[in-house]
Ligand binder design. Structure first.
Ligand code: SF4
Length: 324
């Protein structure tokens, strides 16, 4: 493992909704080393995007601290803050909304290069834009320079978003559901592109998705963190989480993923939830928030006591009273 790049210490984020305060993220602590892939997985509303936005500095924490290379991002001086802002980039879910529709692709990518002084002069900027388009597999690059976003497919637009993020040579990219709006056939090639960025450029990736099958594919050499209603349920090496899921919620999610082999899918035993209703953040269940749905529900302790995230087997940390 490399040096810690991002550290979350007891991070909580609340929002005021309908005269109540909800905890979108509740007491998350984790460390992401340089060059690591971490997938945050969970249902909509589990807090994964809010966590990503706080790491990117787009949302403040309500409690706890986020450190970038050991420094608290809330108290950084101007120079360190600039380094952090350039070092951590976010690629959003919707490539349609995140690119300026009236700018040509060349201008979209050239603007941050010139603004932050990464290139000097038109010729150098043009060359760097070509390189970046090639890095994200938009080749030959000259075919794209003078196009507008609406002239590209969803997958191509997402590649432009990634090329724009790479202009400032980031150490870390937060990809928030970055492949969920493109066709399944394009998803794999986008995932391969993110994997290449990690392997060839050493860029760490926080990959946020609701789809555990995607997380399993993408984070195979990294880690998976499973979130439920604002808290981490389980986090560990992807291969161990997939082979030996310990939290009942992770077990349920994995049991619902179809296998490549249809016979294995047919014989796979699906674990049923006690209830299909996802509780509202406005009325969080007491104790373990998963208890009204948990197939392993163990009575009073689950209803009354919030399970802490603690070291368990297979290198994972798990928040469940039944896991020793
Ligand atoms: Fe299920 Fe209880 Fe474990 Fe929560 S603490 S996941 S309710 S067994």
């Amino acid at each position: 493992m490399g040096e810690p790049l991002i550290t979350l210490e007891h991070v909580t984020r609340t929002f005021d909704v309908k005269r109540q305060t909800i905890k979108a993220v509740d007491d998350i602590s984790l460390t992401i080393p340089e060059g690591e892939v971490l997938c945050l997985v969970g249902e909509s509303g589990c807090g994964k995007t809010t966590t990503g936005k706080m790491i990117a500095g787009l949302l403040a924490t309500s409690a706890g601290r986020i450190l970038y290379r050991g420094q608290d991002i809330a108290t950084m001086n101007r120079a360190d803050r600039r380094r952090y802002r350039l070092g951590v980039q976010m690629v959003h879910q919707d490539p349609y909304a995140s690119l300026n529709p009236v700018q040509m692709i060349y201008n979209i990518i050239a603007a941050p290069l010139q603004h932050h002084g990464f290139t000097r002069g038109e010729a150098a900027t043009r060359e760097r834009v070509r390189e970046l388009l090639t890095t994200v597999d938009l080749t030959p690059p000259d075919d794209y320079l003078e196009k507008y976003p609406h002239q590209l497919s969803g997958g191509q637009r997402q590649r432009v978003s990634v090329a724009r993020a790479l202009t400032v040579r980031p150490s870390f990219i937060i990809a928030d559901e970055a492949v969920s709006m493109v066709d399944v056939s394009i998803r794999i090639s986008l995932l391969k592109m993110f994997g290449r960025l990690k392997d060839e450029m050493g860029v760490g990736v926080l990959f946020i998705t609701h789809d555990l099958a995607l997380a399993k594919y993408f984070a195979w050499e990294g880690r998976i963190g499973v979130m439920y209603l604002g808290r981490l349920a389980e986090i560990g090496p992807a291969q161990q989480v997939v082979a030996h899921p310990q939290h009942p919620y992770t077990q349920v999610l994995l049991s619902a993923i179809p296998e490549a082999d249809p016979d294995r899918t047919r014989s796979k035993q699906r674990i049923e939830l006690r209830s299909m209703d996802v509780p509202s953040l406005l009325r969080l269940p007491s104790g373990c928030a998963f208890h009204p749905r948990c197939p392993a529900f163990a009575g009073e302790i689950c209803e009354k006591v919030v399970p802490p995230l603690k070291k368990a087997g297979w290198g994972s940390d798990v928040a469940c009273h039944l896991v020793k």
